[in-house]
Each structure stands twice: as C-alpha cells, then as structure tokens.
Design a protein around this ligand. Structure first.
Ligand code: ZN
Length: 411
C-alpha cells in the first residue's frame, strides 16, 4: 500500500480529505471556514470533503438544531465523530504482546497484555487474534473496527507487511500483515515500533506541527525513525532507522552480532537487568524490577539508568548532527520516570554534538504519552496514520478486506 506518494487525481482528492480530517483532529470543533484557511483548500472543496467525511461517520456537525451528520453551513463547527469506528492494535514485544482498541483520537479504550508462553510467530499471531476478537465483542460498543495496526521492534518491511528480522525474538521473514489479516478478517498493516510511534507523535503528541522529528525507542530493541515535512523516511525495504549496532566510543559490552560496543548491547533492557543482577542490585535479572528499584531511589540502580542515559545522549548527539531534527522524542523508561537521568542525557548531548540545539531541554524530550499506553498507541498509530493521510481510501480498503473475509466465512 503506497499511501505516501499520491500521484493521480483520486489520490490527491483522498489526500485533501486527509488534510481536512487532520485539521478537524487538531483544531476541532472547528468551522469549515477555518479548515479552508488551515489547509489552503477552497471553501467549496472543504465543503465537499466535510460532507463526504460526515456521510462516512468520520466527523459530525456540532449543532443541536441541525440534523445529525448534516454538514452544510460554513461557520457551524465540525468535530470528529467518535461513535462510528475503533481501530485495533497489536504490539509484539520480546516478553509479551499488547492487544488494544483505540478511538480516532488515538486514545486507548481497552488494553490487554499477554505474556509469550510460546514465542513462535504462529502461536503469538493466533493468540493475539483470539484476544482481539474478544476485545471487539466486549468493548467496541457497536463501533466498526476500521483496521488493525501491528507494531514490533526489529526490521519490518512496511510495503510487504513482513517482519524481515527480529533477532531477539528469533523471528525471520514472518508475513505479519497477511497472517493477522487472515485470522482477524480486518485490513491490517505492520510497521516498526519506533516509526509507528513517530507517526503517533505527529498526529497526537508533541511532534504535532513540527517540521522535522526524530524518534528513538529504547527497550530491549533499539530503533530510530525520522520524518521531515509530511514525509516519514522508510528507505529501501523500510530499512531506515536500524541504530542497534551503532558503535559507541567507550562501550565494551559484547553484542550478539559478534562485535563489541554496539548501542543496543550497551542499553537494552536485557543487558541492564543482567548487569544489575550480576552486581547484586536486584534478586532476579528482570528489567521491571530494576526500574522499580531505581524509582524507590536505590543509588546503584539509578547509576545504571544514568549510564544508560549517557549512552543514549551520545548516540542522540551523533544522530542529530546527521539529521538536524527540530525535535527528538525518546521512549525510554529512565528519562520518563527518573528526572536525573534526563539531565544526564542532555548534558551528554551538549558535550558530544558538534552543533547542539540552542535549548537541548526543549529539543530532546521524553514522550508525553502515558507510559502504560505507549505500546497500544504504537500498533494503533500504524492504521490511524493511514486513516489521516487518506480516510476514503482506507475505508475502501477496509470494506474490501471485510467483504473478502465474509466470503471466506460463508464458503
Ligand atoms: Zn552489534
């Protein structure tokens, strides 16, 4: 699905409908006259798009005196209609899968975390699909599931919908998109989780309206993503953003790739938990336990998170020298929960970037998303981004997927 390079008139029309829908998301309730100013589209064109979007239950007119969903007068505000649709989300992490439903504002309606008893791809996909069916039956409240977004770490080829490689899960060439589409009957899309969260930050988070943004995801897997203007960079086979093996000076941690000093080996949750366990800071080599210990103020645990933040700061310095993003958003529990570690990261940025941003504390920030919701948002954002680029096209693809699945069921 190539929704990033609209060329023909139908795609241009869809892209304009997308910019109208994004204006409603960002500014709603908003009158159509303002949408015309915000998008640069003509009033007639905005009027046409809002009528079509209302017809499809994406937006509604905010007037009690007007018939529901009738959209006509230019000064009556319109807003998102949250009663028509939900999007489904699956995020596959190393120890567990998160399955969730989101509304069109990217808010998590319900979330379930399922540990990996059998981390084989088929078992994980089947179990997640079963749980998703239950969540839809119990929590969608009559709303139509518009599609399923799947996010995970490692290398995901977005166009092919294939997880090319996830060394920590030991997965290779898994057709995630098609396997989920087949099991759920939903339109499905898959993307890497750093890129998925970058999409989410641009739609619902702190990157909204920024001209360029870089996203760093530091978990067990370490990934980056970059966007400039409207364009999110994918590269051939969506390979961009693989920073796991970026060499870091002064780091001697051995990496599974055979070298030493790779970023991921230094900062992954597994490495940190292993080191903390070996040093007797925690009684089990479990990352959540280490984070809890640091949050209680244990100085040794805090020291490990500060070292981690310094490694991330040095990597961020290199990456910002290359890309010069206006904003860097980081998902990493240390900088999200332990304020001292964020200062260490900023200090390292200032010391190592050739041309650091004038105010590092505003240019490099932790995500503003609720920590418990981040993984659910990552999956959902894969579909929500497609929706806000071209809602009518997504709806048409959803209807095709849905009718195909109904045919399969009745045969
Ligand atoms: Zn390596």
């Amino acid at each position: 699905m190539n929704h990033r390079t609209p060329r023909d008139p139908v795609h241009r029309r869809g892209a304009s409908a997308g910019s109208v829908l994004r204006a409603v998301l960002e500014h709603g309730p908003v009158p159509r006259s303002t949408i015309a100013r915000l998008t640069g589209l003509s009033p007639a064109s905005v009027s046409g798009h809002t009528a079509e979007l209302a017809e499809q239950s994406f937006i509604r007119e905010m007037s009690e005196t007007t018939r529901a969903k009738a959209v006509g007068r230019p000064h009556v505000p319109v807003d998102l209609d949250l009663s028509g649709y939900v999007v489904a989300s699956v995020h596959i992490a190393v120890p567990h899968t998160t399955i969730a439903l989101l509304d069109l504002r990217g808010r998590v309606l319900v979330r379930h975390q399922e540990p990996h008893l059998q981390p084989e791809p088929l078992a994980v996909v089947s179990r997640a699909s079963e749980i998703l069916a239950r969540l839809l039956a119990e929590h969608a409240a009559g709303r139509t599931p518009l599609g399923l977004g799947v996010a995970t770490g490692g290398w995901i080829d977005r166009e092919a919908g294939v997880l090319v490689e996830h060394p920590l899960l030991g997965w290779q060439d898994v057709a995630l998109r098609d396997q989920f589409a087949e099991r759920t009957g939903l339109l499905a899309e898959a993307d890497g989780h750093s890129r998925a969260l970058l999409l989410a930050e641009r739609l619902f988070g702190s990157a909204r309206g920024r001209s360029s943004v870089m996203h760093l995801f530091i978990g067990n897997v370490v990934d980056a993503a970059f966007a400039a203007g409207e364009s999110v960079h994918y590269g051939p086979r969506s390979q961009a953003g693989a920073i796991a093996h970026l060499p870091l000076a002064g780091n001697t941690e051995p990496c599974f790739c055979g070298r030493t000093g790779c970023l991921q080996a230094a900062v992954s949750e597994q490495s940190l938990a292993r080191r903390a366990f070996a040093e007797g800071i925690i009684t089990e080599p479990e990352f959540p336990l280490l984070l809890e210990t640091a949050r209680y103020g244990d100085p040794s645990a805090l020291r490990l998170f500060t070292e981690r933040a310094r490694h991330i700061g040095r990597a961020t310095a290199m990456l910002t020298d290359v890309f010069g993003p206006e904003l860097v958003v980081i998902v990493e529990p240390g900088v999200m929960f332990l304020p001292g570690t964020l200062s260490a990261l900023h200090e390292e940025m200032r010391a190592h970037a050739w041309s650091p941003p004038p105010d590092v504390t505003r240019a490099v920030v932790p995500t503003g998303f609720e920590p418990d919701s981040i993984l659910a948002i990552a999956g959902g954002a894969v579909i929500l981004d497609a929706l806000y680029r071209d809602p009518l096209r997504l709806l048409a693809e959803h209807e095709r997927a849905y009718s195909a699945s109904q045919r399969c069921i009745h045969i």
